[in-house]
Structure formats: structure tokens, C-alpha cells
Design a protein around this ligand. Sequence first.
Ligand code: AVI
Length: 315
Amino acid sequence: MNTKFQNDINEGLSKALKSLPSKYFYDKTGDDLFVKIMNLPEYYLTKAEFDIFKNQTKNIIAALDINPNVYFELIELGAGDGTKTKELLKVLISENFNFDYIPIDISNNALKQLETNLNTEIPNLNVTKKQGDYFNVLDGLKTSNHPKVVLFLGSNIGNMEDEKAKRFISKLSSSLNPNDKVVLGVDLIKSKDIVLPAYNDKAGITKAFNFNLLNRINKELDANFNIDQFSHQPEYTETEGIARSYIVSNTDQEVHIGALNKTFQFKKGEKIHTEISRKYNDEILNSILENSSLRIVTKLLDTKSYFADYILIKT
Ligand code: AVI
């Protein structure tokens, strides 16, 4: 039994304002659902960032200001399937840059698939995969003194509360040397009409993704959540720039979690907060970077200006 999972669920459901950590979306079912989300017409984030990597590859490379004669490490945190990164890797290889690609991911499976795929698609690329939680793997980066470029794409930083994002950025910054670079992909603050449908798609895939948390608790912790008695509810205000996902109880009800030997009460309309997806602008990013030694060099936008890849430098 996974006691960390068990403890986190107990803690979240015992609070006055109930919550569940979004990291638990990502089991095999959650990973598959997220791949479907990335292909949804409403989910513009992945397409927008792909647009930047496909059409502005040269601008990314110019902003990184890499010396083609000096070896560097290209490190990707949470590499996933590498679709966007491949656009950059292909150009770096064709222009004879001297580097290794170091994808870091929590899933060994995802890393193996990525490596096999890259070996076929870009045979001249050196891949050194590292498995682990990227928050922890950051410490290991300090052991090498080669110049580094760290990719943290996909608005993954958006799933962190601002305080956590600040801690993460400080840790990232302290594992780098002056002049190292970071490519940080963030979703930009924009109107509700565009953001909300991305988290409330017509096909109901995001709902299934959100409810996967309850299914996991049912399966792994012997619980009896009746999925039909809950609703998926994303919320977003442009002034705040944060999309929040909730699971709302449709009725007064009780749920028993066998592994905890505990029953939880839910009031009609009571919300369980499951995810934050923060959207950014320059001001918010600067406040996140404030106590670190990372500064913005360049901001690259997709054609619709929905998404930005910021190039940051360690000062
Ligand atoms: C992984 N992350 C950036 C996604 C997001 O947009 O916050 C996760 C997601 N949640 C619902 N849809 C997609």
C-alpha cells in the first residue's frame, strides 16, 4: 500500500476546504487521458507551444546564445513524449551543435519510449536519460560544470501555487552556473472564453482526468465514491489569471475509505479543489523570479499570443 498517497488523501479530505493533490492525476490512465487532452480542439496550450518550437526554432537558438564549439547539456524537466523538443533537437543536430540531451522524467516507461523514438528519428543525438522527480533531480545537476540549458515546458510551472513556483525557481537557479539558460513555457493570461473550455472540453476528457483521482482512491484505497454523485467544475477569472479545477458533491453524502478506516461527509455543493493552472504575464513571472538569480532575456510568442516561452539567464 502506498502510504504517502494514503496520507495525502486523508490530509486533503480532512481539511475544512477539501483538496486533493493534482500530482495523483498521473497514473497510467491519467497519462493516457492527458495525451488525449493535448489533442483536444479546446486545449490550445500544447499546439501554441508547438507552434513556437516549430516556427521559431532559430529564434530560440539565437536567444540561448550557445557557442557551437563548446559542449553543453540540454536538460529537459518532465520530458514526456518530447514532441516539441524534437523540433529544437533536429535543428541543433543539423547545425552541428555539441551537446547531450538529458531528459528527466518521473516515468521510466516514458523515458524508455522517448529514447527509442529519438534513436530512430535523430540517430546522431546523444541521449542520457535520468529517472526521478525533477524537484529532487535538480541537486544532481550541480555535479557537472558544463554550460547548461534547462527546458521546463508545457506550462508545468502553472500547476504550482506561486509560493511553490518560487521555491522551485530558486532551487533551479541555485543548481545552475552564471550564463546557463532556462526555457520556461507558460500559458498567458487571457479571456475566460478561451481558457475555460480548455479545462471543460465538450468530449468530457478533462472531466474523466479530474475524476481519475476518485477512481484511483476507489481502487487503491478501497473507497466507495459514487462518481455519478459528483460534478467536474473548472473556474477561472482573468483578473486573477488562475484556472482552478474542482470536484463538486451533487448531494449530501458519505464516502468510506477502507484503507483509512474512515468516513468523510460531503455537503451538497461542497467542493474538492484538485488543480491549479496558473496563467502568466511578465509581471507575475518577474515576481516569481525575484528572489532567484534568473532573469528574463527574451519572450517568444506563438502566432495567437496565447503562450510564451521565456528564455531566462542565470546571472
Ligand atoms: C500539465 N498541465 C500543464 C496541464 C494544465 O493545463 O494545467 C494539466 C491539465 N489539467 C487539465 N487539463 C490539463
